[in-house]
Design a protein around this ligand. Sequence first.
Ligand code: TMP
Length: 211
Amino acid sequence: MIMFISFEGIEGSGKSTQIKHAKGFLEKRGIACCLTREPGGTDIGRRIRAILLDPCNVDLDPLAELLLYMADRAQHLSQVVTAALAAKRTVLCDRYFDATVAYQGYARELDMEMITLLHKQAFDNLKPDVTFLLDLDPAVGLARAWREIDGGGREAAETRFEEEKIAFHEKVRDGYLNLARQESERFVVIDAAGDEAGVWEQIRTVLVDRS
Ligand code: TMP
């Protein structure tokens, strides 16, 4: 029985849409779910998220950025995730620690050993049971993300990462794919280039197998 499921991917990969399909699907099968996100899964986390994603914060120090993601995670694990898992609810988390490895580790090039050690020491190395990686060409993902932002479908005040160069997003994607190779039991790589229904079908098939 899988209890902790995360969804990862670059900007515009469609994970927030797909995670909602997953919740509806699991609940129809009688599985109680807790849909949550990082950063911003708690009230305090939403304030941390605003700092992290504000495009005006161009001079946010990379180490400060890392520690803010960890602060958000500390609050989120203690206030939401641990309680939900203890109550035997399935946690569906829109991003988690793999995002830290991909963005702060691979793309910002902070020390990977420090990142993994912090996760071990602070969070007992808690990892999801299954991670769906929605894989997509960054040029396609970013174009989708900007279309949504420009169309008012997403927060225009949260574009600090969308404004990074394409090379940054390529590093994030490669980082995620490396992680998926290293932890191939946990990761399910989904081709996110197709339409919403086709991507959902790939995810649904895996959920049927594993839930
Ligand atoms: P979202 O828009 O998918 O909610 O993600 C917010 C941004 O935060 C996204 O650009 C990825 C980034 N992020 C990190 O850089 N490190 C992390 O640990 C997490 C959870 C997200």
